[in-house]
Design a protein. Sequence first.
Length: 119
Amino acid sequence: MTRIFVYGTLKRGCKNHRQLAGQTYIGEGRTAPGYRLYDLGDYPGMVTDPSDTSGVTGEVWSVDANALSRLDAFEGVHEGLYRRAPVALLAPFDHGTIQSYFYLLDLVGRSKIGPTWTE
């Protein structure tokens, strides 16, 4: 099992939450400062940003290998849209490895948004 931090359309109640069907919700979480969300139109992208002081809010899920593979495909990991990597979260998730998806493409013309994505 792998723990994943989701911050956008995969969250409960959002349009792509079905990608997490059958997986285990652990709880709400927040990154440590140093991460920022950008508005990419229909979904957000998270990047590292040393100037950020707020972090990003989201949810922590435990997913099996099949779901992880499905999420990687959904997020475009193999196409270079996102990369899955460890993310630093605040307590109670500040121990162990939790991964998230980081946006890799150019952010020119994209707006920074607050710490929470809402549809």
